[in-house]
Design a protein around this ligand. Structure first.
Ligand SMILES: Cc1ncc(COP(=O)(O)O)c(C=O)c1O
Length: 402
């Protein structure tokens, strides 16, 4: 006899692809009275904080901080280097590539989208062709989403740099690392990225609310010839402030800064290479489980080639409406929240209920991932969704290094 007993009490797990799980150390650092914004500790924090941010981004160049989410960071980056009427190329591999392009359209840019669909990485030959065809160098920037969180495609940024170099195209390479920084390997300077945007709420393990724009000298040179840049988005005073308030274009995000300090300490104490390796190992465990479930039944990983899968988010599908049914079941019965599918089907289309995503970014460890996978296993069983057997064991073997 099946017994219906909810076991959702206890600490819940938000396994969505951002905002990510907040470390207690970050929460504790933020739990304090308001600091003085005119002198003292908060002001003294900024230099080491920006240096440690640059270490995570692997850049010697500049960082500007905005009180903003990822959309704000997108706009900030564009506002500094793209004038109305200038062309940008967007190789899109999911909803977020399209979204950054829409943001550029809103700023008056001439946006050329190369849409590679919802499951495939960039086709570098096609990008090369577009760049070659632009003999007059009208394209001023390529907007490159490293990991598209909707599809979980992870694109090859250094290969895109190589294409720009081979073609001899001077466009800025602008990378969205909102879902990858602090999770997947990313090397801003070594990979020749000119501008990089990210947010606080995923690999950086801080609540949503601060956005970052990193930029190098080539991007700074383009900024310097812009006929006008909005005072608020202008990265010059933020990156080289004469007064403290200029870091933020106004009042500082006081508590976020304390949280960020704690998070950066955690990242550097672990070591960024280890952070990448941890995400990779945990992602491989998730893939091992999902591939096993998919051997018999309807579960499918959105990205078939492991080379192009994010190590921080995994997009999956079941037959509709089982994706939504599974999410609802694990949330109600186990206290486990999985991510909704994003950008895979239009609103009102019943196919939307097929998709779901797992977030495995930031403050995650082996037992949390095993918990997510065990929870999904319970949901598949409870809902009688056909699936291959041995998935949790397969994941455990990966975590065990077998
Ligand atoms: C890759 C990527 N770009 C941009 C965004 C937009 O960020 P936000 O929702 O913080 O505005 C997200 C959010 O999930 C994202 O994952």
């Amino acid at each position: 006899m099946t017994q219906d007993l909810r076991v959702a009490q206890g600490r819940g797990y938000l396994a969505i692809p951002g905002p990510s799980v907040m470390p207690d150390a970050v929460l504790r650092a933020m739990h304090r009275a308001s600091p003085n914004i005119y002198e003292g500790e908060l002001l003294d924090m900024m230099e080491p904080l920006t240096a440690d941010l640059r270490r995570v981004a692997r850049t010697k160049h500049h960082v500007a901080i905005y009180i903003a989410n990822g959309h704000g960071a997108w706009e900030a980056a564009l506002a500094n280097v793209i004038a109305p009427g200038e062309r940008v190329l967007v190789p899109a591999t999911g909803r977020f590539g399209i979204g950054w392009g829409e943001m550029a359209t809103g700023l008056g840019a001439d946006v050329q989208v190369l849409d590679f669909g919802k499951s495939n990485p960039w086709d570098l030959d096609q990008i090369a062709e577009e760049l070659r065809a632009d003999a007059g160098h009208q394209i001023k920037a390529v907007l490159a989403v490293h990991v598209d969180t909707s599809s979980s495609v992870r694109n090859d940024v250094p290969a895109l740099r190589a294409v720009l170099d081979e073609v001899g195209h001077p466009a800025l390479l602008m990378a969205d690392c909102i879902a990858s920084l602090g999770c997947d390997e990313f090397e801003m300077d070594a990979w020749g990225v000119d501008v990089m945007v990210t947010g606080s709420q995923k690999g950086l393990m801080v609540p949503p609310g601060i956005g970052f724009v990193f930029f190098n000298e080539k991007a700074a040179a383009k900024r310097s010839v812009m006929s006008r840049v909005s005072r608020y988005w202008d990265w010059v005073p933020r990156a080289n402030p004469e007064e403290f308030f200029q870091y933020f274009g106004g009042t500082a995000p006081t508590h976020h800064l304390y949280g960020l300090r704690a998070a950066l300490d955690m990242i550097h104490e672990e070591g960024i290479e280890h952070v990448w390796a941890r995400h990779q190992r945990l992602a491989q465990a998730i893939w091992a489980a999902c591939e096993t479930w998919s051997e018999n039944g309807e579960l499918r990983l959105n990205v078939t080639d492991r080379t192009f899968r994010s190590h921080a988010v995994t997009a999956l599908r079941l037959d509709a409406p089982n994706g939504t049914a599974l999410r609802n079941w694990v949330q109600k019965n186990l206290g486990l929240t999985l991510g909704i599918g994003l950008g895979m089907a239009e609103p009102g289309d019943p196919a939307r209920d097929a998709f779901f995503r797992l977030g495995h970014m930031g403050h995650v460890n082996g037992q949390m991932i095993m918990g997510v996978l065990g929870g999904i296993q319970a949901g598949l069983s409870a809902l009688d969704i056909p699936h291959g057997h041995g998935a949790v064991e397969a994941a455990a073997a990966v975590i065990a290094g077998r």
